[in-house]
Design a protein around this ligand. Structure first.
Ligand code: NAP
Ligand code: 12T
Length: 337
């Protein structure tokens, strides 16, 4: 569907957001062959200027007419904007890589992490979905373990940063922290409770089964990308007062026994994963160190002594990079390869 060219017209819908800004920066960093950048956002940002490739590019309002002549559109302006505008983009001949939750579970839409299921890209019909940030960080580490030892069940608890919610939430954590240190009243706008110095077991909306939508994304997206409904996943998603990077605690039960050393070796050889695991030196992945990195960092790898074949580990990935913008750009790189 995408014609081979020397360079491409690339639109970023949501270019002024936390993820959109990272998309533009990563296109630049990785020297994606961009003939023209088309930064799109709401009317609030119309006329703002975005730096890319040593030039300034003017933000335009996202409309159904934005896509004429656009080869690739990276969407990161929220699920309702994707539902409203992605079909118009496809109609105009644009290939859409959508970072929202709008199309992820649509059976017609490939959901892709290049390290895990790049083959799924071939069957796209104009829209490709980028998974949730917590799923991406986890699945690059699960894939080599599943290939080697067949995963039966994963129990995951996440520790998710506020940048996952967007720029307003980053400001909210900063303002609440400053207010508390100045003995002032805090303001709550984005989250239902104080996020500064607190942990909220609540990400995205609650569903009828008592889980949050964020938790069920990890369950359903993992099965879809592994192309294996037999993997049982159960999740608790927690918002923590961290600006950037999602951390996750995983308990993984496998069919075949894996020792901690075998798991370390598998993960060390896996694309997109770095093993950082030397407890004797107090070395394990930390959000503040992984911010700005491309890989999922894994540490605290140890056997679960309460079951026959179980591994516990801790992982950290940058939710704005691999969790969102980088994975989308990597998908675009595969499309033009
Ligand atoms: P954000 O910082 O709040 O940015 C939102 C962006 O969308 C801004 O550029 C905003 O433009 C634009 N926008 C909002 N309403 C719009 C409208 N009516 N028309 C056109 N543009 C509009 O949010 P974010 O963190 O970047 O997240 C954006 C999207 O990515 C969401 O769908 C979110 O769920 C998804 N996301 C996915 C992952 C992942 O797991 N892969 C991670 C994080 C976020 P203005 O500046 O003009 O308001
Ligand atoms: N509500 O892409 O609040 O489905 O951290 C990602 C992050 C939705 C998504 C968040 C969210 C998504 C959040």
């Amino acid at each position: 569907m995408l014609k081979k060219k020397n360079s491409y017209v690339v639109a970023v819908a949501g270019a002024t957001g936390a993820v959109g800004r990272e998309m533009v920066a990563i296109l630049d960093e990785r020297k994606f062959p961009v003939a023209e950048l088309v930064p799109l956002a709401s009317e609030r940002s119309e006329g703002e200027r975005i730096d890319f490739d040593g030039k300034k590019w003017t933000v335009k309002r996202l409309t159904k007419e934005s896509f004429s002549g656009v080869d690739i559109a990276l969407f990161s302006a929220g699920a309702s904007r994707s539902l409203e505008f992605a079909p118009a983009a496809v109609e105009a001949g644009t290939v859409v890589i959508d970072n929202s939750s709008a199309y992820r579970m649509d059976p017609e839409v490939p959901l892709v992490v290049p390290e895990v299921n790049p083959h799924a890209l071939a069957r796209h019909k104009g829209i490709i979905a980028n998974p949730n940030c917590s799923t991406i960080g986890m699945i690059v580490a699960l894939k080599p373990i599943h290939d080697a030892a067949t995963i039966k069940r994963v129990v995951v608890t996440t520790f998710q940063s506020v940048s996952g919610t967007g720029k307003k939430a980053v400001d909210e954590l900063a303002r609440q922290t400053t207010a508390l240190f100045s003995f002032k009243e805090i303001e709550k706008d984005v989250y239902p409770h104080q996020i500064a110095f607190n942990c909220l077991p609540h990400i995205d909306v609650f569903l009828d089964n008592g889980y949050t939508k964020e938790e069920m994304k990890m369950v359903n997206e993992t099965k879809k990308m592994m192309e294996d409904d037999s993997i049982r996943v159960t999740a608790t998603a927690v918002r923590v007062p961290v600006f950037r990077c999602h951390s996750e605690s995983l308990n993984i039960e496998t069919e075949k026994k894996l020792s901690a050393d075998e798991t370390r070796a598998l993960l060390a050889a896996a694309p997109g994963v770095i093993v950082y695991d030397d407890p004797g030196k107090n070395l394990y992945p930390l959000a503040i160190d992984v911010a700005g990195k491309d890989e999922t960092y894994v540490g605290r790898i140890r056997e679960d002594e309460s079951i026959e074949n179980g591994i516990n580990l801790w992982l950290v990935s940058d939710n704005l990079r691999k969790g969102a913008a980088l994975n989308a750009v990597q998908i675009a790189e595969r499309l033009i390869a």
